[in-house]
Design a protein around this ligand. Sequence first.
Ligand code: ADP
Ligand code: MG
Length: 238
Amino acid sequence: MGNLTLKSVSKSFGQVNVLKGIDLEVKDGEFVIFVGPSGCGKSTLLRSIAGLEDITSGQIVIDGKEVSAVPPAKRGIAMVFQSYALYPHLTVRDNMGLGLKQAGTPKAEIESRVQEASALLSLDPYLERRPAELSGGQRQRVAIGRAIVREPQLFLFDEPLSNLDAALRVQTRLEIARLHRRLKATMIYVTHDQVEAMTLADKIVVLNAGRVEQVGSPMELYNRPDNLFVAGFIGSPQ
Ligand code: ADP
Ligand code: MG
């Protein structure tokens, strides 16, 4: 569970070719970071994996099954966005449980999963609050909690920390690393932040204009970047 294969994935919006044949292998439990300049297609790629965009051609295979006909809710994927997209009128508890409720999960099961996730994220004291009564970091933790309760095999994070200040970014990054160790799920994570990329990743995928420039461990990319573009992103002086 939690294996993902992309085979020549392409996506166009009208005449604009945004993803140009992405091939990638992600193994169960891996922490994979996508980096690349703004507009290179990172969010489009995550949304395609999640099923929020239909790809133009290619294949997305999760645990051996091609998923183009599988609706987003059935792909075993949870996505955490930069903007938390919490419901302002619902409590933290209800924000975290809403997806399960809509999926028809029994109430007792929802309660126990929300309890577990809030303990994992130190959110217990805030369960009855509404999003407006939380800090940015707490809101992002609720958004992560909402993903965890669905017990996905695959987490997709789209620049989840970019709205947080520096100290909170460090704290939340450590929390995500801890979650990865605890849950042993596959995580794919888009970031602009080199420190996040170097510290979280088993594997970094450098994207450029809809193509994969290079894939490797942080140290491989740092020590042996294929070209100046990769070196520029990973920070090794060449
Ligand atoms: P990134 O996340 O790497 O910054 P995106 O995946 O958001 O890049 O966008 C890649 C390109 O696709 C951009 O040129 C963007 O304008 C375009 N794009 C994204 N979504 C749409 C859409 N729904 N309709 C048209 N163009 C889009
Ligand atoms: Mg983006």
